[in-house]
Ligand binder design. Sequence first.
Ligand code: GLT
Ligand code: MN
Ligand code: MN
Length: 388
Amino acid sequence: MNDIRLTPTREDKFAFGLWTIGHIGRDPFGDPTREPISPSDFVNGLDEVGAWGVSFHDDDLLPPGTSASERENIKKSFRKALDDTGIVVSMATTNLFTMPCFKDGAFTSNDPQVRKFAIQKVMNSIDVGAEFGAPTIVFWGGREGVEAAGSKYPLDALERYREAMNFLVGYVKDQGYRMKFAMEPKPNEPRGDTFLPTIGHTMAFIETLDDPSMVGLNPEVAHETMAGLSFYQGVAQAIWQKKLFHIDLNDQKIGRYDQDLRFGSEGIKDDFFLVRLLERTGYSGPKHFDSRPYRSEHGEGVWEFARNSMRNYLAFAAKAKAYDNDPKVKEAESLAGVDALANETIGKYSKALAEKLKAENFDYEQLAKRNYFNERLDQLAIDHIFGL
Ligand code: GLT
Ligand code: MN
Ligand code: MN
């Protein structure tokens, strides 16, 4: 373990949202268990634990109903904390789920006044994000969905969703802001069924927008896991389609409510391969933790949670490197044919190639006898995680 770096540096680009470590421990069944942390104290705390970035919802920073002068004061002290520490604003997002007017959805509410208010709220939130230099605006469609299936015709809902996203891309371009959008899928909660429930649905939706290049993904470990999917495989496809604009790291048990657990505390093997993937593909965006300390924690416990989130990422990165440098892994990979998959199968279609292929003889019985040694390869991953 000696040569493993477990302490973060700014270059690691670890970021936390104000609502994460700052979560006051309220849940649907119980009142808050800890005191709120002010945005400036939060930034100072991040600096102490060695993080790099902070993110926020419009309402986390400037609660609805705050007077104009109070808003200026909050922004001033937030700005001062950023300047004092060098912590950057890595992302901004809009709360379109807490206010009761969004109970039927925001961009997809059946009420056109609610839809317009939602778009206005995002424009204002984008302005605040721009003021603090946020390069990415996240869209988590918290209440875009239904319980009563008959309450929305899904094709209309998707059309309104698209209209809102196109409008807001237009706004950003018109303002000359240098920012992009990242959409965050989630299958359910708080709604029974959410529109754009997974990475796959969301990437397909993005391709239908007026300018798909402006919009990518902010996938979250917990959300794909809730849907019973492998986050690792989903993120791999997002990278392959050049759509990984941002990432929400946390952890989750399959089939549960959105647990937002500490990264690296639950789905260890998927987390290991995820970090290996992010490192080897050179993902350069924020490593953003969207997770919450246990409700039983307060004070130093919440900062310990922050430290451990980063520590787990760094530990996985070191383990992944050791795995990739292990000659036994290289040998098992070559037996499994891992590298061979990177070679072209036959190439671009031509009549000549098609005819040549048709004339080839394949000894499929012989091919079936091949052993891919996947048990050996997988156990090597487990051994590396165990540190054996
Ligand atoms: C909310 C949600 C997260 C989203 C945040 C951005 S807010 O806590 O559970 O997954 O990323 O709106
Ligand atoms: Mn979540
Ligand atoms: Mn999230």
